[in-house]
Design a protein around this ligand. Structure first.
Ligand SMILES: C[C@@H]1O[C@H](OP(=O)(O)OP(=O)(O)OC[C@H]2O[C@@H](n3cnc4c(=O)[nH]c(N)nc43)[C@H](O)[C@@H]2O)[C@@H](O)[C@H](O)[C@@H]1O
Length: 466
């Protein structure tokens, strides 16, 4: 796709612009010729981002946190006071196997409560962004003009004289031996398919070696804004930038109070919570009250607690799929997993196990047969209508929400799916011992355990941290 020429774009917009006839559409227009709704958008910087195409749902959630913490902080800077983070449409993910479902280009509101996200950081779903952007007077497609797109890639050698320094540099698509650097291929979707969006064009594409935390992105964006600014007359223009392979960016401070505030703001969409609550009630006789969990209407009202009891069931997250082959040495067989679950059920005097898994239906049947003296519960959508509504991503979230309310939880070694359940239980107020548990390869083995990253609270006004 050829880069779009900015000047041509500006001129054609000027000709067609029915809203803002007083000047270039992204400048502050005269009050009498433009809709009042766009005046507060003066100087907006829209940051679009996307993630490596092969990453799964739960790592993507972590990348969101890095970006959300970053833009919330960035808002403090004068040039970025109107910054917006544009949420990348979910492409069809590698793990979403179901057929007959519309699973590409999904908006975040299919999975998350956007109002809740927005009370932490200024975010827009992609279609909201396009609608907002069009108010600037874009009369016809392509509506969105990204002035610079940055495809991030790692440095080949991370340490200089043994030291890991924050740094970035724009590079050419070939290495010093003239070999093409695949990550720099402008037509590749490996950094995320964002630039393929039908209504979007970009002007300049940079391949960037990047090493450092989200704070370093500010420098990269400032440099871009400086390049795009010719003088006093366009210093406050609206700008759009895109960052691809944003998983390259590290957390400013992983696991601190900012991480946890952003994480707590990631409440799931209300209808997913309802499906999970109905299932917990009907299949597991569990309510918020009987489980003793905290879940105020707003995440800001949550407070530290450690006395959640959980429903009368144990939850096991048993990762199968690619883990069976790629992590063979740490992933238990079905039989070994069943042995470990049964030992835990006896230890906690429970009779019901809820299993969350990406196992095939055949594997699930095989597993169920190993629990003939216990109750084996697994969630599947109750109807085709519900399956269409939830999609594979929603089913996985319902699984997580059921595990989050269990008396005891055990998860899979090095699965981000398991880690997100740990976090949810930390927020809900469970004891660490009921949460941070990991399957071993075999019963009784001395095995590697997942890291324990407990929640960090700040119950005072968070403004003082900036
Ligand atoms: C090593 C890496 O691990 C990463 O997996 P990992 O961290 O477990 O976790 P995720 O990145 O979320 O990817 C696993 C995906 O598999 C499905 N899945 C896994 N467990 C369950 C479950 O209990 N219930 C349901 N309904 N679905 C499940 C779901 O679509 C989920 O997003 C992968 O994303 C990478 O591709 C790579 O394999």
């Amino acid at each position: 796709r050829p880069p779009h020429n900015t000047t041509t774009a500006k001129l054609s917009l000027l000709r067609n612009n029915s809203f803002c006839q007083s000047g270039l559409f992204w400048r502050l227009p005269a009050k009498d010729t433009c809709p009042g709704s766009i005046l507060p958008l003066r100087g907006t910087v829209y940051i679009l981002y996307d993630v490596n195409i092969s990453e799964g749902f739960n790592l993507r959630r972590d990348v969101y946190i890095r970006m959300a913490v970053f833009v919330r902080r960035l808002r403090r800077r004068k040039r970025f006071r109107n910054v917006r983070l544009v949420l990348p449409p979910w492409p069809r993910l590698y793990h979403w196997h179901s057929h007959g479902l519309n699973q590409s280009d999904l908006m975040w509101r299919n999975f998350f409560d956007l109002d809740s996200l927005r009370r932490y950081a200024p975010v827009l779903d992609y279609d909201e962004f396009v609608a907002e952007y069009r108010q600037f007077g874009m009369p016809a497609p392509p509506y969105v003009h990204v002035s610079q797109a940055f495809r991030l890639t790692h440095y080949e050698i991370m340490k200089e004289q043994g030291i890991f320094r924050d740094k970035y540099e724009r590079i050419t698509p070939e290495d010093s031996n003239g070999r093409r650097i695949e990550a720099c291929n402008e037509n590749s979707v490996s950094g995320g398919p964002l630039l393929q969006q039908r209504l979007l064009r970009y002007d300049r594409y940079h391949c960037v070696r990047f090493q450092g935390s989200a704070g370093l992105l500010e420098r990269m964006l400032r440099e871009a804004i400086d390049e795009d600014t010719s003088g006093i007359e366009d210093v406050d223009d609206m700008r759009v930038y895109a960052v691809l392979s944003a998983e390259t960016v590290l957390h400013d401070n992983w696991g601190d109070e900012h991480f946890w505030m952003a994480r707590r703001s990631m409440r799931f969409a209300k209808f997913l919570n309802q499906v999970a609550a109905d299932f917990r009630l009907m299949a597991l006789s569990t309510t918020d009250t009987t489980a003793g969990v905290q879940r105020p209407a707003m995440w800001e009202l949550e407070r530290p607690k450690r006395d959640a009891r959980g429903g009368d069931y144990l939850c096991a997250h048993l990762r199968r799929g690619d883990f069976v082959r790629s992590r063979e040495s740490t992933t238990p067989t079905l039989k070994a997993a069943a042995q470990q679950i049964k030992q835990l059920l006896r230890a906690f005097n429970l009779t019901t196990v809820f299993v969350a898994s990406d196992a095939t239906p055949y594997e699930l049947l095989e597993l169920k047969e190993l629990f003939y003296r216990f109750r084996f519960v697994h969630f599947t959508p109750e109807s085709n209508v519900q399956r269409q509504q939830l999609k594979d991503g929603g089913v996985a979230i319902v699984d997580q929400l059921i595990c989050a309310y269990a008396r005891h939880f055990v998860g899979t070694y090095e699965s981000t799916f398991t880690y997100r359940i740990y976090e949810e239980r930390e927020i809900l107020g469970f004891s660490k011992s009921s949460t941070f548990n990991t399957f071993c390869k075999a019963l009784g083995g001395n095995c590697a355990r997942n890291a324990v990253w407990p929640i960090v609270w700040n119950d005072e006004d968070d403004e003082r941290f900036y």
